[in-house]
Design a protein around this ligand. Structure first.
Ligand code: AAO
Length: 514
């Protein structure tokens, strides 16, 4: 018989392993290519993400989903599964497989957004209006392509009058009832767990590195643990033997509900929603917040432990008023603040970082609510998604925002790789909104979010020399295209940042040295 402690060690090892994103070549960040077509992602891995040190991508749900006409092809139709066939708005199974292979070949991992809590909405109708054309009936709870039948849903378990979640304070409702009327799968059933695991294992065989698991708050941790336990190790064509899939779970926990993020952290990482909500408040200087208060950013702000956190400035929900975080969230619609917030996140050691890459839509506010928060990606009149064209200046066209290609953000992704493993060091602040910190002797960043100039000499902890600022420009052919920073033999350097600069921050790192 195995000693008890050995089993404990084995279990602990298993779950901790699911916290590891298996990023390659010292890379550190993930980018969410929201609603991109597989063909465009494959090209982006080869032409941009690989060469610029991006570690991985989160892709939109690849499985068969409902196709809706009212509203017209909303982005959120992909959060209403019809089955686990792999044809979606982003492309075919063959295109998905090709993309995963090509991204893996340039060292960029693929993380799949999996929707396993539910199928389509109860009012989803009956017919073949699904992305692979499979017939289904929402009212009969019949999804023959899986197959799931009326026996595989939680309708009998839920105790609310509407059958929907009515009170987030009641964990039973939140897990057993329908989230916004979405048909709630009975993940306590061996059969359902098996179907979910088969779906995820198919993706593991194709070479993905892990999963963003949607709506985890609405599933019992024990059911998830069972399903995750059925997952294979990653494909050894690209990952070393015994590598567990990286799991990051979407749990919105801003405090004050019966369910907390901590219920899930032993199973994998969890999305830290407090991070973007707080950082937005600080960068906007709301509620008396100041950048100088972020000296103890991370656990010191009440966030979950560093090893459990997946962090982001905004996500596909809260950039358009869905999910949680509220008005403080800084998105590409406020580009100057967004670049600063993303820069801060990428410079700071806390968490596994995810950068958002969005599409533009026609915002139309009535009484503070965006009437067009449903709008899908740039599309042709038949509803098919447009490719992502790349402009001569490397930005994207046709409504694709491509924040990840903005020089400041791309260069901070590289900064994070260069300083990986170095401690947070050499903090300085002016007790207001001017702050600076380093990462050991590998990098240093200075922010001026005050309404006056910054003009100060700071101890950077960096070796002496001339460095290119990677925000106003970068190092190119042995010279700086933007500001130049002189670090003396004593590690001290003079910084001048006008509050009117296009981007009021400066960053230097070991590889931006001339
Ligand atoms: C669509 C329609 C619905 C329709 C449904 C079915 O919009 O009207 O009933 O189809 O026909 C996405 C869209 C949904 C869409 C759905 C399916 O966002 O609009 O519904 O696809 O097509 C909760 C969940 C969280 C979820 C989030 C949106 O906990 O898991 O809602 N996010 C994921 C995805 C998301 C997707 C789904 C899940 C479903 O990222 O894209 O939905 O697959 C509180 C709770 C949160 C809760 C929010 C939502 O948050 O804590 O758990 O999130 O409420 O309202 C303060 C509080 C904060 C609170 C927040 C908002 O900030 O501090 O805790 O206020 O009240």
């Amino acid at each position: 018989m195995r000693p008890y402690w050995l089993i404990l060690v084995a279990l602990f090892g298993l779950s901790v392993a699911q916290h590891n994103p298996h990023l390659k070549h010292g890379r550190t960040s993930i980018v969410h290519l929201f609603e991109w077509r597989w063909a465009d992602i494959a090209a982006e891995c080869e032409r941009f993400l690989g060469p610029n040190g991006f570690g991985g991508i989160q892709i939109s749900p690849p499985n068969e989903h409902i196709v809706l006409s009212s509203p017209w092809r909303p982005w959120w139709q992909r959060y209403q599964p019809i089955g686990y066939n792999l044809c979606s708005r982003s492309g075919t199974e063959a295109e998905l497989r090709d993309m995963i292979t090509r991204c893996n070949n340039v060292g960029v991992n693929v993380y799949v957004d999996v929707v396993i809590n539910h199928m389509c909405g109860a009012g989803g109708g009956e017919g073949t209006h699904s992305s692979c054309g499979s017939w289904f009936s929402a009212s009969k709870r019949d999804f023959p392509s899986v197959p799931y039948s009326v026996l595989d849903f939680n309708d009998n378990k839920c105790k609310t009058a509407s059958g929907d979640i009515e009170n987030y304070g009641d964990p039973y409702q939140v897990r057993d009832c329908r989230l916004v009327s979405l048909l709630d799968l009975a993940l306590e059933k061996d059969y359902v767990r098996g179907k979910v695991a088969d779906f995820m294992n198919t993706l593991i065989d194709m070479g993905v590195a892990g999963f963003r698991v949607d709506a985890c708050k609405h599933m019992w941790p024990g059911d998830l643990q069972n399903a995750y336990g059925r997952l294979k190790d990653l494909n050894t064509k690209w990952f070393s033997g015994g590598s567990r899939p990286f799991i990051f779970q979407e749990v919105i926990d801003l405090g004050g509900e019966g369910i907390s993020a901590a219920d899930y952290t032993q199973l994998g990482r969890v999305t830290e929603f407090k991070y973007g909500a707080k950082l937005g408040t600080v960068i906007r200087k709301w509620n008396g917040e100041k950048l100088s208060y972020t000296r103890n950013w991370g656990e010191g702000w009440g966030f979950m432990s560093n090893n459990n956190a997946l962090v982001f400035v905004d996500n596909h929900d809260n950039q358009r008023g869905h999910g949680a975080g509220g008005a403080s969230i800084v998105t590409f619609w406020d580009p100057r603040l967004h670049k600063m917030a993303v820069g801060y996140m990428l410079a700071h050691p806390y968490g596994v970082t995810r950068v958002m890459s969005s599409f533009r839509w026609d915002r139309h506010f009535v009484n503070g609510k965006d009437q067009n928060d449903w709008m899908g990606p740039p599309s042709y009149s038949d509803g098919s998604t447009k490719p992502v064209p790349i402009n001569p200046d490397q930005t994207c066209g046709d409504g694709w925002v491509c924040e990840h290609r903005w020089r400041q953000i791309k260069n901070m992704v590289i900064f994070r790789n260069v300083v990986n493993g170095q401690p947070h060091s050499n903090w300085w602040d002016n007790q207001s909104n001017q702050v600076a910190f380093g990462r050991g002797n590998r990098g240093f960043i200075v922010f001026n979010n005050d309404d006056w100039d910054l003009d100060v000499t700071l101890d950077t902890g960096m070796p002496g020399g001339t460095y290119c600022d990677v925000i106003s420009g970068q190092k190119e052919n042995g010279r700086c295209t933007g500001k130049q920073i002189q670090v003396g033999g004593d590690g001290r350097a003079h910084f001048k940042i006008s509050n009117r600069d296009e981007d009021p921050f400066v960053a230097i790192h070991a590889e931006s040295k001339l």
